[in-house]
Design a binder for this molecule. Structure first.
Ligand SMILES: [Zn+2]
Ligand SMILES: [Zn+2]
Length: 585
């Protein structure tokens, strides 16, 4: 553990993220912005104290940290400031970073708000939102985004800024490590992740943990002493809040084993789900809390597990990902839930990159990793020619790649290796390869990677045109959102779903934790509209197949079963489906 005065890794990461945000708001070159973002992620994921490494002159030991960035870390550690950051902050309104954190805005739209509407902070955004001109006159902001911004502003008190949120891809691994280590203590009966992370929410402002023990003080001490923890923020008899080196707050709640089910249920939420549950309990003359269920006569019953809590209210237990106040309580009171899709149901991977474009591993390495991950088939889908910065392939390079795929495939017995592409959807909805070439692939993912700020009408017709193309099997990361960086494009989803259903094209649930796109609500709506879905890991390295689990969380939150996910089916079915669509064209 670092001393209380030392700069934490989270603070270094936040400074770098702020630097990247301000550079982006300032319109800086992409590679400079990316250098700070990469460094921030690296620092945030480091378990050693980066401040102490910097004091020892060893910050450049870390990957992605060169001399210039190491000097900035040194500056921050010594003076608590970075001169370049201060200089930039003097030019770009500092309040704009908070504006960018509002869902639906992000850096690009915040810059447009600043330049076109003189918005410099949350308060001037509020004024503009309530003005006659409103927000929709600003580039890239349509009526739905404007409405969402207005409702988020209404939820913020005067002077309050939206809290920074950490992607589930960074928060969950830390929470899992803490739960494993606390769960291994001899005096701990159970340790579980709760809160939004357990529900599979894409971002979290903190990690909630629940532990069953009769010795709460010792458990809190073990958390405070954990190597991932930078400092203790507060500590009580049943609760301990710490901050980890990545800047993620962790809230540990402790209960005796007899009422652990009540605590876990309460902490898993969501708030709206718990409110509904309390309403139901009140209707039955009972009240629910994290300590137990109180009957009309005042007797309190506690439950060791969540099944007991829900059963006491006449309900089947609800999968955590569904506890979001949609229709889950009515379903739990009725027939219950089908077996939702799980990672084990996924048979093949339909979206993965190699060193031929912007991946980190060769085709042979990806095939070996896919086999180890238990995949029956793997489609290599490198980028197409117009995506220069990601090493997109020309048709000639595609032909060379096919030879290599054939070679590797010949030596792979258990894994079926297939020829795919992630073809760019150009700004007018045409595709980046000829129809003849596209028909030759085994599988085609079509995605938008540029010009994401088109008007809703153009973006919708662009995606719908691609979705109707007979050689396109699936639209990759359909809305283009990336957490903390880019909000979803404003699309007419009814029109996109109709085009996908009529064209027989699937929509992807991209599993990269930065994307998780489609999200749960949209994936549910797509399935209800009769659209098939896929879960794509979008692996860019051999460890990337493990990201499937984030896509599975989205699919579960959408209430989807294996039958609704194409890559839960054998390859031959998918190949037949593709052949039939190409034949019909
Ligand atoms: Zn992509
Ligand atoms: Zn991709």
């Amino acid at each position: 553990m670092a001393t209380a005065e030392e700069v934490t890794n989270g603070e270094v990461a936040r400074a770098f993220h702020l630097m990247a945000d301000l550079l982006e708001l300032d319109g800086a070159l992409r590679h400079r912005i990316m250098a700070y973002r990469r460094a921030a992620v690296r620092v945030a994921g480091e378990e050693r104290s980066v401040a102490q490494l910097a004091r020892a002159g060893r910050a450049t030991d870390l990957a992605d940290i060169g001399d210039a960035l190491a000097a900035k870390i040194g500056e921050l550690v010594e003076t608590r400031e970075i001169a370049a950051l201060e200089k930039l902050a003097a030019r770009v309104p500092r309040g704009l970073a908070a504006v960018a954190r509002i869902g639906g805005i992000g850096p690009a739209r915040a810059r447009a708000l600043w330049q076109e509407a003189d918005v410099t902070d949350i308060e001037s955004l509020r004024v503009r939102a309530e003005s006659e001109e409103g927000l929709t006159a600003v580039s890239g902001i349509g009526p739905r985004t404007a409405e969402s911004i207005r409702s988020q502003l209404a939820g913020l008190a005067a002077g309050q800024e939206p809290e920074p949120r950490v992607s589930i891809g960074r928060a969950l691994p830390i929470a899992e490590r803490l739960v494993a280590d606390l769960g291994a203590l001899p005096f701990v009966e159970r340790a579980e992740i709760a809160g939004g992370l357990r529900r599979g929410a894409p971002t979290a402002k903190d990690a909630d943990l629940a532990v069953a023990t009769s010795r709460p003080r010792e458990v809190a001490q073990a958390l405070a002493d954990h190597p991932t923890v930078a400092r203790v923020l507060s500590r009580g008899a049943q609760r301990c809040v710490v901050e980890t080196h990545i800047g993620l707050p962790v809230e540990l709640r402790l209960s005796p084993p007899a009422s652990f089910g009540n605590l876990l249920q309460h902490l898993t939420g969501s708030a709206a789900h718990n409110t509904r549950l309390r309403e139901r309990a009140a209707g039955m003359g009972m009240s629910v809390s994290e300590h137990g269920i109180t009957a009309a006569d005042g007797t309190v019953t506690t439950h060791e597990d969540e099944e007991g809590v829900y059963a006491a209210l006449g309900l089947r237990v609800i999968p955590p990902e569904l506890r979001r106040d949609t229709d889950e309580i009515a379903r739990a009171a009725g027939g219950g839930f089908p077996e939702l899709v799980s990672v084990a149901d996924i048979r093949g991977e339909l979206h993965a990159h190699s060193t031929w474009s912007d991946g980190e591993a060769s085709i042979a390495e990806m095939a070996a990793a896919g086999r180890t991950a238990g995949l029956a088939y793997l489609v290599i889908t490198d980028h197409s020619q117009s995506l220069g910065f990601a090493g997109g392939l020309t048709p000639e390079q595609v032909a060379d790649q096919w030879s290599e795929i054939a070679e590797v495939a010949a030596s792979e017995r258990r894994l079926r290796l297939l020829r795919g592409t992630e073809v760019d959807i150009l700004s007018d909805g045409r595709l980046d390869f000829s129809d003849e070439l596209l028909a030759e692939f085994d599988w085609v993912v079509a995605s938008v990677h540029s010009r994401l700020n088109q008007s809703p009408e153009r973006m919708t017709s662009r995606l719908a045109r691609a979705a109707r193309h007979p050689a396109v099997d699936v639209i990759g990361h359909p809305t283009g959102r990336m957490h903390g960086r880019r909000e979803e494009a404003e699309i007419d989803f009814d029109e996109l779903f109709a085009a996908a259903r009529d064209g027989g094209t699937a929509l992807e649930i991209n599993a990269s934790p930065m994307r998780m796109d489609l999200g749960a609500g949209r994936a549910r709506a797509a399935a209800d509209a009769g659209v098939a879905l896929t879960i794509g890991s979008d692996a860019h390295s051999t460890s990337g197949f493990a990201l499937r689990r984030y896509g599975v969380m989205v699919a579960r939150a959408a209430g989807l079963i294996p039958d609704q996910i194409l890559n839960c089916r054998p390859w031959d079915e998918l190949a037949a489906r593709r052949a039939a669509r190409l034949d019909a064209a």
